[in-house]
Design a protein around this ligand. Structure first.
Ligand code: ADP
Ligand code: AMP
Length: 209
């Protein structure tokens, strides 16, 4: 199954993707995670992306589309995928339609107040990228990842000014994709405002899984 997860930053897309990957047996493809990996590796792409990410803006369409296209061409994405954080603009959605069909677009619905609470408390493993939350999902040992023992930190783009900017960018550039995919008959809305296990149940029932 080829799915897009669409929703504001902090909606819980990456968190649901961990379970959805197990249910569907397809890879999660996160352009944000790919940019962060490039930034850690210090590649030219990573250095460019790091400054953009920290400011809360979007990486340019040409670069992002190239990255996504290359990743979707890999063997493990043939049977399907979960696209998390791509497309984020109409231009990206139009480009995607030119190189891959999509079965459904899962639209995460939740109030802004919940988004802010989730982003404000998000913690991420600096080694494996696994997600935690300062209140809702703490690692067993403070500051240390349950999965790999890496350091659990606040993401550079989860600081207050960058959060505001990312939400503005979401509203102006990404939210128009809701109508775009609704008109295409691909959109499936899920209530993403509750606890993680409830979001998984909503996802399963929305997709008949
Ligand atoms: P996104 O990938 O959409 O940006 P994340 O999956 O990183 O969002 O989630 C943002 C934060 O909210 C993380 O700290 C995560 O642990 C937490 N979170 C995700 N889903 C839920 C949920 N259903 N209830 C409470 N906290 C959640
Ligand atoms: P995410 O992990 O999805 O929250 O993405 C982190 C950051 O990576 C975003 O704030 C953008 O700067 C950049 N990014 C990720 N995906 C895209 C995309 N599809 N288009 C442009 N920039 C992106």
């Amino acid at each position: 199954m080829r799915l897009i997860f669409l929703g504001p930053p902090g909606a819980g897309k990456g968190t649901l993707a961990v379970t959805a990957v197990e249910i569907l047996g397809v890879p999660q493809i996160s352009t944000g995670a790919m940019f962060r990996a490039a930034a850690s590796a210090g590649t030219p792409l990573g250095l460019k992306a790091r400054a953009i990410m920290e400011s809360g803006s979007l990486v340019d369409d040409e670069t992002t589309i190239g990255l996504a296209k290359e990743r979707l061409a890999q063997e493990d994405a043939r049977a399907g995928y979960i696209l998390d954080g791509f497309p984020r603009t109409i231009a990206q959605a139009e480009a995607l339609a030119g190189f891959s069909a999509v079965d459904k677009v899962v639209n995460f619905e939740l109030p802004d107040s919940v988004v802010l609470e989730r982003l404000g408390g998000r913690r991420v493993c600096s080694s494996c990228g696994f997600n935690y939350h300062a209140l809702f999902n703490k690692p067993k040992f403070d500051g240390s990842c349950d999965r790999c023992g890496g350091k659990v930190l606040i993401r550079d783009d989860d600081l207050p000014e960058a959060i505001q900017k990312r939400l503005e960018v979401y509203r102006s550039q990404t939210a128009p994709l809701i109508d775009f995919y609704r008109k295409a008959g691909l959109l499936v809305d899920i209530d993403a405002s509750g606890p993680a296990d409830e979001v998984v149940r909503n996802f399963r029932s929305a997709l008949g899984l």
